[in-house]
Ligand binder design. Structure first.
Ligand SMILES: Nc1ncnc2c1ncn2[C@@H]1O[C@H](COP(=O)(O)OP(=O)(O)OP(=O)(O)O)[C@@H](O)[C@H]1O
Ligand SMILES: [Mg+2]
Length: 335
């Protein structure tokens, strides 16, 4: 069995709001294996981005991590000094955001921004002196051109000098991926990396991420609201609902035999992966309101299979074998 590179244990993130405290991430447990591709899927507001940002200790204000641990290669990131965490970001764990312009600065050349990422982490730091300085500069340039070529940016020497607005959306996202790869991270956290792109460019970017994963053995967490995209790209899928992982399993298990009514709902809302073909598409009724959840299972009011105990009793995780997990009273032993 492969070893976990990243382990999230009982992670909880809260936001104080006028309507009370919201648990955006509510007791999340996940392990990412070396060179694994894990999908984090769920509708808007389910806590996917907050989970990713919290892994890098970038939880936005006024959010607070109230409990849990994030172990990277055995170290709990929540105990690291800010300085240590800064060194780790980018170098070990790198993030790709949905909108490339969140990462790219419009006033700097694309090549310079990749260069900056190498500099921040001192990839080419070394002995001083004019000779070494020149040698370092040449090596650094070569590395940037290599990175640009690796992510599929044509004519890297010319494109080094271009500004982000001279790149198409797909090329901008490739540049962002080059920045993320500059320090050869072990883990890539990709938050809706293709949502802003049209479908053909989306396929190219997903193929690129796939190739990086295969060639560099970089583990990837892909956050998406699109279950079919996750099913195509990932090895395993974690389905999130109202801050919790409600179902976890291998892609084939989740798509062929979904257990949680929410997962079934997500699949039935998809044209291609519909569970039980021949049925019409069925959107999941209602919406989630984190400030006003039932005391038991958060999905109760939208669940077609809700039972008497669902509203008041919090479901416990049931392990179904072969690493499958589900958080639903339908599967708990004390049912
Ligand atoms: N600044 C904030 N103040 C209060 N609550 C917040 C804040 N930011 C996020 N939240 C809460 O955290 C929850 C999770 O947000 P998150 O961004 O992780 O959702 P998501 O699953 O990434 O959704 P999307 O698909 O729309 O990106 C939201 O439902 C929201 O209630
Ligand atoms: Mg999000």
């Amino acid at each position: 069995m492969s070893q976990a590179v990243l382990e999230i244990e009982d992670l909880q993130v809260e936001f104080p709001t006028k309507r009370g405290v919201i648990r955006a991430v509510n007791c999340v447990n996940l392990a990412l294996d070396e060179s694994e591709k894990l999908g984090l899927v769920g509708e808007s507001g389910s806590g996917k981005s907050m989970t990713l940002l919290t892994l890098l200790r970038l939880t936005p204000h006024p959010g607070r991590i109230t409990s849990g641990a994030i172990r990277y290669k055995g170290r709990n990131l929540l105990n690291l000094e800010s300085r240590e965490m800064r060194l780790l970001r980018g170098k070990e764990l790198a993030m790709i955001f949905q909108d490339p312009m969140t990462t790219l600065n419009p006033v700097y050349k694309v090549g310079e921004q990749i260069q900056e990422s190498l500099k921040v982490h001192n990839v080419f730091a070394g002995t001083s002196g004019a000779f070494w300085k020149r040698a370092r500069r040449t090596a650094e340039r070569r590395r940037i051109y290599e990175l640009m070529a690796e992510v599929g940016i044509p004519s890297p020497v010319e494109r080094f000098e271009a500004y982000p607005h001279e790149f198409s959306g797909g090329m901008q996202q490739r540049a962002v991926i080059a920045i993320a790869l500059a320090c050869n991270p072990n883990v890539l956290l990709a938050d809706e990396p293709t949502t802003a792109l049209d479908v053909t460019v989306q396929a190219q970017i997903m193929n690129l991420l796939d190739r990086i994963n295969a060639e560099r053995k970089t583990a990837v967490i892909l956050v998406t609201h699109d279950l079919s995209l996750a099913a195509e790209f990932c090895d395993r899928i974690a389905v999130m609902y109202a801050g919790k992982v409600v179902e976890l399993g291998r892609v084939d298990q989740i798509t062929a035999d979904p257990k949680h009514p929410y997962t079934i709902g997500l699949i039935n809302a998809l044209p291609r992966l519909r569970y039980g073909k021949g049925r019409p598409l069925e959107p999941i009724p209602g919406e989630v309101d984190l400030a006003n959840l039932p005391p038991g299972c958060a999905f109760t009011d939208r669940c077609s299979r809700a039972m008497a105990q669902c509203r008041d009793n919090v479901p416990r995780k049931t392990v179904l074998g072969s690493g499958r997990e589900v958080l639903c009273h339908l599967f708990s032993e004390d049912r």
